[in-house]
Design a protein around this ligand. Structure first.
Ligand code: HEC
Length: 225
């Protein structure tokens, strides 16, 4: 017996026995653990790829969901009293706008009829005080859409001119605004004209050529003052 073993309660204890397990027992336990481990394999398993796809799919769905249902990220999108966004962004109901009409008149008509509406004696008839653009609205809409050529008498003056089909290249609303302006400027007294009326006339006359003053008077005689 050595000095060392004499001082211990349990003599002959080996190094592996310190934790309560013998060397052989330790090896046995570890061999179990080693056996239970999955065999290392090459490449990657299919499961993580499926998860990646599910995540991507979810991300895509979330994107679509947000674009559709974000309400344009408007602060009012959760306000039940807020007006519908679709109605907000939708086309506004047309209101004849003589201010816009005046601007368009300067661009489209004033070169001939002048900004004063007085025309040019011997060349371009006046619109100011003329019975042609007031009264029946279809008469002036037709003139603007299809143009006018031939002998015409305006306020006692004879003209033989040629007005192009200016309105053919303009929108219904633009024609309605110009005509509404002409019917109310320079002391003229005529009701404003709606874009729907212009559309209706445009459809009815098709892409026809210029009217003659006689033809248009047959359809819409001048109203007696
Ligand atoms: C290129 C010159 C020219 C332009 C631009 C022009 N007109 Fe005329 N317009 C005439 C001529 C010329 C006549 C007379 C036609 C004829 O002799 O038959 C006329 C006739 C008219 C008449 C009937 C006669 C009258 O004096 O009341 C109206 C209404 C009219 N134009 C409105 C317009 C409006 C509105 C525009 C703009 C959208 C316009 N015109 C643009 C040359 C023009």
């Amino acid at each position: 017996m050595s000095q060392h073993s004499q001082n211990n309660d349990k003599p002959n204890r080996s190094f592996g026995e310190q934790g309560g397990l013998s060397d052989s027992r330790l090896v046995e336990v570890h061999s179990h653990l080693a056996r239970d481990k999955e065999e290392p394999s090459e490449g990657f398993s299919i499961l993580p790829i499926v998860i990646v796809f599910i995540f991507c799919g979810f991300g895509f769905w979330a994107g679509v969901y947000l674009t559709r249902n974000s309400g344009g990220f408007s602060a009012s999108s959760f306000d039940l009293d807020a007006p519908k966004l679709a109605a907000d962004n939708g086309p506004k109901a047309f209101e004849p706008d003589v201010a816009k009409g005046e601007k368009l008149f300067i661009q489209q008509c004033a070169a001939c009829h002048q900004a004063t509406g007085l025309g040019v004696p011997g060349a371009f008839p006046p619109l100011a005080g003329s019975p042609w653009p007031v009264g029946n609205e279809e008469r002036v809409i037709k003139i603007v859409l299809a143009g006018l050529a031939g002998e015409i008498e305006v306020n006692g003056q004879k003209y033989v001119g040629n007005m192009p089909n200016i309105g053919a290249g303009l929108k219904d609303a633009q024609v309605a605004n110009i005509v509404s302006y002409v019917r109310s400027a320079w002391g003229n007294k005529g009701e404003p004209v709606m874009d729907t009326k212009v559309a209706e006339v445009r459809k009815a006359i098709g892409g026809r050529g210029q009217y003659s003053p006689k033809e248009i008077l047959d359809q819409h005689p001048l109203e007696s003052k």
